[in-house]
Design a protein. Structure first.
Length: 349
């Protein structure tokens, strides 16, 4: 009798084919499959669920084959290809050689300082691929992520070193919401395009220097992200929760200065999405505390429900939120996932 193939074997089989697919598909939407398959496996998805999800995702999104490299890059010339999506195949060859030469930790330690200011690449999805590559300790995925991050690098206004004006990430968002030229801007379907457009507003330029980054900044950002998503269930707010999980996975592989730059520019990118978010106000602390006491299923039950979903963001959030709750202990993570999955109604009214 042939033994049943384990989920990890199925995952390895599927992931072995992922480099053949483009990092993005139509109109530069991000291909989530290489990362979400890992998340699905981590929340208990079985072999059949992994196959079902990928086949549906591949066909629904009409994933395109990855392009062929055109011209060789080296340690001096690779920076000339930054921000050029058409050079991603060349960047992938370059970074595959670098990760093979240096190893994952040393390659990230060397190249993240150059890429930190472009963390908004493909609306944080290059960050996502890097984080999942680290999670699996997979050299191929880390090299792919570095190439993807480089090719889709999103420049926002550079920090000028002006004195910060607050320790509170929520205050930065509130102050950004008060920038009048951001109101009424045309919104695109793609998050990175809305980030880019906000970054081109002259009055937005100082935002990057407003936040004082310290040892507890990531925790404060996580609390702000959770409160905003709890209040809005907005698609863009979901990416704040997951994005902070991804940064935390990269944290051991960069020095303090690089981590602080990534956090600074990440929050600048979130501020650039305030129009997308509808300029929300932070919910009242009393209300947030009431929400976190709502009774919802525990993680195993919610993970099992999320694993049945064809929505990549259901799976990504269910995994990241449960991982973030391990760090911060806030039961509101379970509540927001329960609402996302339709297990509870709107508790904000």
């Amino acid at each position: 009798m042939v033994p049943k193939e384990s989920t990890s074997d199925e995952l390895r089989t599927l992931l072995a084919d992922m480099p053949a697919w483009g990092s993005e598909f139509s109109r530069t939407f991000a291909n989530h499959a290489p990362m979400v398959l890992v998340a699905l496996d981590r929340i208990g998805g079985g072999s059949a669920q992994l196959r079902r999800f990928f086949h549906h995702y591949r066909d629904a999104k009409q994933l395109a084959p990855f392009a062929q490299p055109l011209k060789r890059l080296d340690g001096k010339s690779w920076k000339a290809a930054v921000g050029m999506r058409e050079r991603e195949p060349d960047l992938r060859v370059f970074f595959a050689g670098e990760v093979a030469r240096l190893g994952i930790h040393e390659a990230l330690e060397l190249y993240l300082p150059d890429l930190a200011d472009g963390i908004g690449a493909s609306a944080f999805h290059a960050l996502m691929r890097a984080a999942y590559g680290v999670l699996r300790a997979d050299e191929t995925d880390v090299a792919i992520a570095l190439a993807y991050w480089s090719a889709t690098y999103l420049p926002l206004p550079e920090a000028k070193g002006a004195p910060p004006i607050t320790h509170d990430p929520a205050e930065v968002l509130a102050m950004t919401a008060a920038i009048k030229p951001l109101h009424g801007m045309q919104l695109h379907d793609l998050l990175w395009q809305n980030m880019r457009d906000a970054g081109n507003v002259l009055e937005f330029a100082p935002v990057v220097d407003w936040l004082d980054i310290g040892p507890d900044t990531m925790e404060k950002m996580a609390a702000t992200a959770l409160a905003i998503f709890a209040a809005t269930q907005h698609f863009a707010a979901l990416h704040i929760i997951t994005g902070l999980h991804w940064i935390r996975l990269l944290e051991p592989h960069c020095d303090e200065a690089t981590l602080h730059r990534m956090l600074r520019v990440f929050w600048q990118g979130i501020a650039a999405l305030m129009g997308e978010l509808g300029f929300p106000e932070m919910p009242d602390r009393t209300a947030v505390d009431r929400w976190r006491h709502i009774q919802v299923p525990d993680w195993p039950e919610m993970h099992a429900i999320a694993a049945q979903s064809y929505d990549e963001h259901d799976i990504s959030l269910a995994f990241s939120a449960s991982e973030e709750m391990k760090v911060y202990g806030d039961p509101l993570y379970r509540v927001v996932v329960a609402r996302r999955l339709g297990l509870i109604g709107d508790y904000t009214k």
